[in-house]
Structures are given as C-alpha cells and as structure tokens.
Design a protein around this ligand. Structure first.
Ligand code: SAH
Ligand code: AVI
Length: 782
C-alpha cells in the first residue's frame, strides 16, 4: 500500500511539473494546428487529430502513462523486444534503422543496443511530429551510440515521409501500437506508402495491441489516477496556448469507451454544460452543447489475422510475429514484397475483397464508366422525351442528367478544386434537388416546365464538369474529395434507375404507349415454379453495414461503399419465421384480383382502402385489360401479361393486402437481410428492363429473385438504425432527413445498374408509391 501511495504522489507531482511546461509551436506547425482546429471543431462530431496530444506537456504525460499499472502495452512490448531483439537483428538483416512516431525511443533502445553490439547500426533516424521531444531524444541517442549516424526528422507521418533516408538495408519501425491511433483509411494509406518507399526485401517492424477483455482495455485508457485524462485534456491547453483559446479544462470530462464493432477504444472530451469557447487567433467562437464530445484519439486493437491481411494487401509478407504469453500485444516483422507482387496484390484487392465492392471506384476509369452509363440510357431518348414530367414524383431525364452532374460540381469541384468555376451559376439553382445547405432551388414539381437548358446544353454541362473532374481525379484528391466522388458515383447510379422508372411513367401515360427499348422479350414461360418456404430459426442476428465514417465522422469507404442509412451494424432479435423462396407472380396476383380483393375492405389498411376508392384501383400500375386479356406496359412497350413473371409496380398497401389474402405477411427488413446474407449475393448482370420469372427451384432452401427483378416491400418503417449518424457536412442531407412516413424495400430491380445492389441496401418509398419497380416476397410466422 505504502508503495502505491508513494507512486501516486510521485505521479501527481510529475503531472504538476509537466503541465506547466507548455512550449509554443513553430509558425509552420501553428498553421497546421490552426487548420486542424478550424476543421475539427467546425463540424459535427467535433474532433482533433491525435498528433496534437503530444505537444506542450503531452509527450511527458504520455511517458507517465507508460508507467501506469493499468497501461500494459508499453510493458508488454518492452518484454517482447527484450526477448527477441537478437532474432530481429538477424532476420531483418538491416543496418539502417528508421523509427516513426519515435517519441523518446525509450523501448527502441533495447533493440538498437542489439544492433549496436554486433556493429550493425550504421544509421538511426527518428521521425516524429513532436519537435522538442525529438530533439531531446536525438541528443541522448547520439551520446549512447557514438559510432552511429543518428538523426531526427520532424514531420507528420500522415502528410510527409519525404525525409525518409534511402536504402539499402533499411528497417522501418512503428512501435508502441501507434498504428492503432490511425483511422482505417489513414492506416491503409500509410502501410501502402511504406511499401512504396522501401525496396524489395527491406523490412518493417510493427507493434500492435491485440483485442482482449474490454474491461482491461477500458482500464488501460481510463486509469484510476487520471493521467490519461490529463493527457487527452492537454490538447485543449495546446489550443489555448498556441491559438489563444479559452478552453476551461474543468468544464470538460474525459471519456474512454470500447466500440466492440470497430474494435477501437474511442477517447473524447465531453462538455459539462452548454458553453461557448473563443479561439482568438482564428476569430472563432465554438459552441458546445451539454454532453457534446470532441473525439481526441482512437486506439484500434487488432487480431493477428487482420493486421497480417492489411500488411499483405499493402505489399508486405509477415516474416515472424512475436507475442507475449497472454497474447496481449504483438511485434510483427514483415518483408517488403517484390514490386511486381505489390502491383498484382493491389489490383486484386481493388477488384475483389473488402476494399471495393465492385461498384464504382474513384479511379478516373471508374468515374468515366458510371458517367457513360447514364448517357447510354439517355441515348435512346429524344430531347422532347427527356423534357416531360408526367407527375410531380417523376423528373425529366434531362434534369436527372443535369442533377447528377451538379452533385459533382457542388460537392466535389467547388470545395476541392480551387480553380474550378461553374459553367453557369443558374445550374446551381436548377439542378439542386433538396439540399438546403446548397441554397435555393427550383420546385420539384416544376421540373417539367424547363424547356431550357436543352439537352445540348445539358450535354455540354456534363462534359465541362467531366473535364474538371478528370483534373481532380488525376491530381490525387484528398480522402474527403475521393469519398465525395465515390458517393457521387453511387448517387448517379441511383439516378440511372430513376431515369428508367421515370421514363417508363412518361411513356406509360402516352396514348400510344411508346417503347423505350424495342427489343422483344425472350418468350416467357407461362407457369411459375411452385412457391417454397425457407425457414429461419430466429434468434439474435446482426444486420446492417459497418459505418461508412471513421472515428472522426469523416467518410471512409475502405471496407466498401455503403450509404449512411445502412449502418451501423447492430443486433436484432428474430422470432422463428419462414420466407418465400421466390417473388409473388402476376398469375398469383390475377387470382387475388379475381377473388374480388380490390373491393374487400377487410383486406386493406385504411389508407390503402381510401386510395382504392378515390382512384378506382383494380390492378397494379401499368396493367390494363386488352382485347385478348390482361396486358402490361413495359419498357419494351405494351405486352401480354405473362403469369409467371413477378408482379411489379404495386404499392405497399397492395403488397400488404395481398399478403393478408394469401394468409401470410410481409417480411421485416431484418428477416429479409438475415436470409439474404446466407444466400447468393448480387451479381453484375446487365439491366434486364423487365422482371423475369423465377428459375425452377434447384434445391431446397435456395432463395431466388433476391436481386435484379423487383424491389421487395418490407413491413419495416424507414427509420434510423440504433446509433445512426448521417454523413458529415452537406451530404448529411442525403438520407437521414427522409426517415419518416416511408417503408423500406430490399433487394434490387430489373433496372438497377449492375454492381449497385447490396444485401444491406435500404431503398425506401412512401407506402402509396407504385412507379418504382416494387414487388412482393411473402413471409409467415412458424
Ligand atoms: N514509439 C513510442 C512513442 C509512442 S507515442 C512508444 O512506443 O512509446 C506516439 C508518438 O507518435 C508521439 O511521440 C507522437 O508525437 C508521435 N505522433 C503521433 N502522431 C503523429 C503524426 N501524425 N506524425 C508524426 N508523429 C506522430
Ligand atoms: C501512442 N499510442 C499507441 C497510445 C495508445 O495506446 O493508443 C496513446 C495513448 N492514448 C492514451 N493512452 C495511450
């Protein structure tokens, strides 16, 4: 006990000492701090990059952290290095050591000693953003290793690695678990940069903290003596001293929490009460709501398999990984692969797993491909076709082509291409859809009144923006700009589907029912394969996608693109249920009609019944009775109704009434996703234009028509998932603000562009909508 008390007192006096030592930053560093503070505190959620934690008293507070009983990583890494340093010397074959985020290179000395002993330490270069700490460290190391060329480079490793010494025989060390303080996208980029800078056969040595019992993790980052809290709060002092801010550190409390989903410790400072903080040098006043947090740092924890995969994708092969007996921490030696292997791996990574879901990528080719696909859809349409708006929900093709272009102009070019000037300021008004933050806009229902700009002007608008986008894409856009372009491409794909469903409506109200595509159907089979049921035992399932934002709230599509409404992944309880193995067919719908169902109030929700009465509904949209029986209007023109094809263009009310009539119900979106997750994933089939009959069942339990035929109404209201966060900035208006009065549809349709669908995709429409390609899959309780 006495020891603990004495230690505590020692720590307290050390903390008082170091918190008084607040040095001012150099002018060039000050600019970087000003930019980070302006950006990080100017948006929601608020954040500050963790590199600033080490300024002022930060580095010394961190040294105190490493001595805490709860903070095991430094101790454990040190023990691994003590035990294995000789092996590392031998296996790396290195003579020049470089350390990133070196701090005081305290543990590193163990390793350096082993190199030095056998005369293999020709050079040691320490790289760190914290200027004063680095100087101190270099002074000590120069004395310790007189035969070695010791040098220091002050740089932010996320921004500038140009000070990296040349080879051969380099070993690049990144110890302490600091790689976990990077966001996923930063980490991927940094590892790839390491591979680019090193030569074939050179090595990296990386320390990673491993996933473990959350209680131990939280204790390590929220110690009983409050040293970590003082370390995190120090960043506010750094802003106070260097930018003339008046943060009152007593009005912020430190919070550390474990996020089991992303396997990250999130550290933040939470405002105690509403408050206004002035930042004199920036001429800013920042408001904090009571309880609002500033994310100051994340500390990701790893599994050996995951970090090995990340290293492989970046271009390294793990030579050896050393762990302590409790598997708390790992030190990994990895060898830089051949340049050819790196090119192949990166190409494969892009094509397949995790890094991209095969849909648009932010390469120039990816951009051009999506943009061209829109023009291919519009090619069949005359200027007049492209101008008509047949109802307020429908937009003219010409407007869609302009609007998707405006999206890139407004969100990618204007903020990220300083020399870009809009071709015509009026387009910013005409082609804004619903973004309040982008200013005033033309009324949605009046889009069909715009005879000008004509299709020729819209085409040249597209070309001008494409040219500027090419410039942006080849200039190596920032992570934020790339993410916005990626969002813009998925947005454009959504409008490709809208172009087709809207033009179908435009042609559908035309007295001669023109056809969009003259191609005839392949002869449809008439009978539907019999309907089967796939059972699910129920229980706790997980649905949804990983969040498309990182810990600071910035867009991060490293794990594949998803819209914000698909996240976060969360648990849902399901009771046992069964789901139909195919969609409801037109033939089954005919039986529903023939049974007088459109006239039986008992089958209908009140709102649906009211619509039936007001509009004399008796069949799905686009169905009509012709001389030879029921006909259906399609993008191929008027066609006889084929009983085997899936029913499409029914409202939620109709879907719900049909399910009741059939003695079943609609699935919830969680039920749909739970079964879809275990079934065939969406393919890259080209657009079919009209839903096709189900293939005969090949074996039990196979779900057919999940994707590519008709969107499937679910009984789930379109609501935010638990802990939903809209995207940061103006694009936060993309989805979240529509989360009322609509229902979720799952799957995709015969007009969804290839590569756009996902198992977690949440489409949504008001319950009365019939002009989208909406169909029905039944479910029932078991
Ligand atoms: N490697 C030491 C110190 C770890 S503390 C150890 O294991 O004990 C993390 C170090 O990384 C600090 O010295 C900090 O200044 C540095 N650092 C953090 N972010 C940085 C950045 N973006 N660029 C350069 N150095 C950074
Ligand atoms: C430097 N880095 C590895 C530390 C960590 O464990 O993430 C920083 C730290 N922050 C709070 N405690 C320690």
């Amino acid at each position: 006990m006495t020891d603990v008390h004495a230690r505590r007192e020692e720590l307290e006096s050390a903390m008082t000492l170091v918190t008084k030592k607040l040095g001012a930053l150099k002018p060039e560093v000050l600019d970087a701090l000003a930019k980070d503070v302006r950006e990080g505190l100017g948006c929601r959620p608020k954040s500050l990059p963790s590199r600033w934690l080490y300024e002022g008293a930060g580095s010394e507070l961190f040294e105190l952290i490493t001595e805490l009983s709860e903070y095991y990583p430094s101790r454990v890494e040190r023990a691994i290095l003590v035990e294995h340093s000789r092996e590392i010397v031998r296996m790396s074959g290195a003579r020049k050591i470089i350390e990133l985020g070196s701090g005081m290179s305290e543990k590193t000395r163990l390793l350096l000693d082993s190199f030095y002993e056998v005369d293999r330490l020709d050079a040691f270069t320490a790289m760190d953003a914290a200027d004063q700490t680095l100087r101190l460290s270099i002074r000590e190391l120069t004395m310790r290793y007189p035969r070695t060329a010791v040098s220091g480079v002050v740089a932010d490793f996320n921004e500038d690695l140009s000070g990296m010494p040349v080879g051969p025989g380099r070993l690049l060390m990144f110890l302490g678990g600091t790689i976990g303080n990077l966001r996923k996208g930063e980490r991927t980029r940094l590892l790839a940069r390491f591979a680019d800078l090193l030569d074939d056969g050179e090595h990296v040595l990386i320390g990673v903290d491993l996933v473990k019992d959350p209680d131990r993790l939280v204790a390590a980052y929220d110690d009983s003596q409050g040293v970590t809290a003082a370390f995190e709060k120090n960043v506010l002092d750094v802003v106070n001293v260097n930018l003339g801010a008046d943060f009152d550190l007593n009005r912020f409390e430190y919070v550390a929490r474990w996020d089991p989903q992303s396997e990250v410790i999130e550290m933040s400072l939470r405002s105690i009460g509403d408050q206004e903080v002035g930042i004199k040098s920036l001429g800013l006043s920042v408001h904090f709501n009571d309880g609002e947090e500033i994310c100051t740092e994340i500390s990701a924890k790893f599994h050996l398999s995951g970090i090995t995969r990340e290293l492989n994708l970046a271009g390294f092969d793990v030579v050896r990984a050393w762990q302590d007996d409790s598997e708390d921490f790992a030190v990994i030696l990895a060898r830089r692969a051949t340049s050819r292997a790196i090119v192949v791996r990166r190409h494969e990574a892009k094509q397949s797993d995790g890094l991209s879901n095969g849909a648009p990528t932010v390469s120039l080719e990816g951009y051009c491909e999506v943009r061209a696909a829109t023009e291919v859809l519009a090619e069949r349409l005359s200027g007049e076709d492209q101008t008509v708006q047949s109802m307020p929900d429908v937009s003219p093709t010409k407007w869609h082509r302009g609007h998707v272009t405006w999206f890139f102009e407004q969100f990618a070019l204007l903020p990220h291409s300083p020399s870009y000037r809009p071709i015509d300021d009026r387009y910013l008004y005409l082609f804004n859809s619903y973004y309040e933050s982008a200013g005033r806009r033309h009324a949605r229902g009046d889009r069909g009144l715009l005879s000008r700009p004509g299709v020729v002007e819209v085409t040249s608008y597209r070309e001008t923006v494409d040219e500027a986008m090419e410039g942006l894409l080849v200039s190596g856009p920032s992570q934020e700009a790339s993410a916005l372009v990626e969002l813009g491409l998925h947005h454009e794909q959504q409008h490709q589907e809208l172009i087709l469903m809207d033009i179908k409506h435009v042609f559908g109200v035309h007295p001669f029912a023109p056809s969009y595509s003259p191609a005839q159907f392949a002869k449809q089979q008439t009978a539907a394969p019999s309907l089967g049921w796939v059972s699910h035992p129920g229980g706790l399932v997980e649905i949804g996608a990983r969040s498309p934002t990182d810990a600071t709230g910035a867009m991060d599509f490293t794990f594949g693109f998803v819209f914000d409404n698909e996240a976060p992944r969360h648990a849902v309880w399901l009771d046992p249920f069964a789901i139909a193995d195919r969609l409801v067919t037109a033939g089954e719908w005919l039986q529903f009609i023939d049974d007088g169902s459109y006239d039986r109030a008992s089958l209908w929700l009140a709102d649906g019944w009211a619509v039936n009465q007001a509009e004399h509904r008796e069949a799905p949209l686009y169905w009509s009775k012709g001389k030879g029986g029921w006909e259906v209007f399609t993008l191929h023109g008027q066609q006889p109704l084929s009983p085997g094809e899936p029913v499409v263009h029914v409202s939620y009310y109709e879907a719900d009434a049909f399910a009741r009539w059939a003695g079943a119900r609609l699935p919830t979106e969680a039920e749909w996703e739970a079964v879809a997750d275990a079934s065939a994933q969406p393919t890259f089939e080209p657009i079919a234009l009209h839903p096709r009959p189900a293939s005969p069942a090949s074996f039990n339990g196979e779900l057919r028509q999940l994707f590519g035929e008709a969107w499937q109404w679910t009984s789930s209201a379109y609501l935010p998932y638990p802990r939903f966060e809209p995207l940061k900035g103006a694009v936060g208006e993309y989805n979240g603000k529509f989360m009322v009065g609509q229902h979720v549809l799952r799957g995709s349709s015969a007009i969804t562009p290839p590569g756009h669908a996902r198992t977690t995709y949440r489409n949504f429409f008001p319950p009365g909508a019939r002009w989208p390609f909406t169909g029905v899959r039944l479910a029932r309780d078991v």
